[in-house]
Design a protein around this ligand. Structure first.
Ligand code: BG6
Length: 502
């Protein structure tokens, strides 16, 4: 489905831009942004007039930078592809982000490239750097007049957006001095994933589902995003953050919002965001009285993953031996509105789990005749959105066995994106960068979404501090602590197995 959101696709002057990338020598730029830019350049007719200024501290020259970019895109370069024109458009600027003088040279370079490539003064500022610099950089962009341009200006900003509601508000105020809300593109890379974008299509283009998308027919919803990996080299960040802030505040709550939202009046950016906001606002806050029944926090101990013994979280490099940081969260959320009243949304996310998987499982209520099928294995109908590693949708049904008896068997109907000939898996960053270049902010989070997500997360942290909610343990390579199973069992539910596409 091609959704139009008020973008003039015929006017290619809109997609001309200078991208000014802070953090140009960093890991995100190398792993995600350069390959994404290259794939957009190679696959899209619309994005050929651009220049990139890579800004970072190291004293590199243009050539060193281009070699760095080439190394990053090389796995994506097909035989015979000429990357010369693409690489020529990359320029390097060594910057001290705290020094306003340093921005003046950057401004000169931006103006010169603007002139050379006829970029109409359009500027995309991408902050792929530590969040502690976000405020300083935006402030200096303004004071140096780099952000004052005749064309459009946009700011792309990575997570984490604050570490609680108050710090997020402060950060937002700082950047709002320089950029209007519609110029700010807050990245949540889950919103760039194919199957996350497919939720709207599945719901709003298929009335058979949407008519049943409520508490009359749905028993519960389960949203899992589980990882094999441990904390890796990010202990410094992760030990201060934990799974609740690292994953729930953004990716998981965005999946909740997309699953729970009302149909928007139109498939337009602000209409969609308005509905997500209403869903987030309806999430029941956690408090000291209900936190025990709603939240499980846990940390991994040593165990085995892929036949390798891996250390427990507290023995990871850079993690305190007495750390109580959560590497796993399971939660039961209620969305207090007419559509979802009484339907639990179970969420779970964790590191060092047995499966790498992101899935949304919608479990329908039992048929009133379930008990008539005596001795049969009748199961609830499940609609499963497989986000990763498989991408697709499956529907679990009951059917009669091919025999003379009346016995039943579970069957699955599935649709997998990989079955499509024309399908070329594009990365989430490729989609999001492309959207940003075209000025489509639908798949970025608006400020009120961020604020409401923090409100929920802050309520959880406040409650668990008040009651001293214990940090449970789970073995690396398991599917989490048994308390997460009990969370569902109390309401007669269970987690459905993951990665069962067929
Ligand atoms: C990031 C988190 O936002 O998402 C990481 O900071 C996590 O801790 C990652 O590993 C997961 O992303 P994906 O796309 O691999 O599911």
């Amino acid at each position: 489905m091609k959704m139009k959101r008020g973008i003039d696709m015929t006017d290619d002057s809109n997609t001309k831009a200078a991208m000014i990338l802070f953090g140009a020598t960093g890991d995100l730029a190398k792993r995600k942004l350069y390959p994404a830019l290259y794939n957009i350049y190679r696959n899209s007719q619309e994005f050929h007039d651009f220049a990139v200024i890579g800004a970072a501290r190291r004293p590199w020259d243009h050539e060193t930078y281009r070699e760095h970019v080439y190394a990053a895109i090389q796995p994506f370069v097909a035989e015979g592809d000429d990357v010369g024109d693409f690489l020529d458009r990359f320029h390097y600027y060594s910057i001290d982000v705290n020094d306003i003088q340093s921005y003046l040279g950057l401004k000169d370079m931006a103006e010169q490239l603007d002139h050379q490539y006829h970029l109409n003064g359009n500027r995309l500022f991408y902050l792929a750097m530590a969040p502690s610099f976000f405020g300083t950089v935006t402030h200096n962009l303004n004071d140096s007049s780099l952000s004052k341009t005749n064309g459009w200006k946009r700011l792309v900003i990575e997570k984490p957006f604050g570490h609680d509601l108050t710090s997020a508000q402060q950060l937002n105020q700082e950047i709002r001095h320089v950029f209007a809300e519609e110029e700010i593109y807050r990245i949540d890379h889950y919103l760039g994933k194919e199957m996350i974008q497919n939720i709207q299509v599945l719901r709003f283009a298929n009335p058979i589902f949407e008519y049943m998308w409520n508490n009359r027919y749905i028993s519960n919803v389960q949203i899992t995003t589980s990882e094999h990996v441990g904390v890796g080299e990010r202990a410094g960040y992760y030990d201060k953050t934990g799974a609740l802030m690292d994953m729930v505040q953004n990716h998981v709550l965005q999946m909740v919002a997309l699953t729970a939202m009302e149909p928007p009046s139109r498939l337009d950016t602000e209409d969609i965001r308005d509905e997500k906001v209403k869903a987030l606002r309806s999430i029941r806050p956690v408090n000291a009285d209900n936190v025990h029944d709603h939240i499980v926090r846990a940390q991994y101990t040593s165990g085995t993953i892929d036949d390798q013994v891996v250390p427990g979280y507290r023995d990871e490099d850079g993690v305190s031996h007495t750390s109580t940081t959560d590497t796993y969260i399971a939660g039961k959320l209620y969305i207090d509105n007419f559509r979802w009243s009484g339907v639990p949304f179970y969420i779970r996310t964790g590191k060092r789990l047995a499966e790498k998987s992101t899935e949304i499982v919608v479990e329908f209520k039992d048929s009133p005749m379930t008990h008539d099928f005596k001795g049969s294995d009748i199961r609830p109908n499940l609609l499963v959105i497989h986000v990763q590693p498989d991408e697709g949708i499956s529907l679990k049904l009951n059917a009669k066995k091919f025999s003379t008896s009346n016995e039943t068997m579970p069957v699955t109907m599935d649709f997998s994106s990989h079955g499509l000939d024309e399908y070329r898996a594009s990365d989430a960053y490729e989609r999001l960068l492309y959207d940003c270049i075209r000025g489509d902010s639908t798949n970025f989070t608006r400020w009120d979404e961020v604020a409401l997500s923090w409100e929920y997360v802050d309520s959880v942290i406040k409650a668990w501090n008040e009651v001293n909610l214990p940090v449970k343990e789970y073995e690396a390579g398991s599917m989490g602590p048994s308390e997460a199973d009990q969370l569902l069992a109390k309401s007669g539910h269970k987690w459905w197995p993951l990665n069962q596409m067929n």
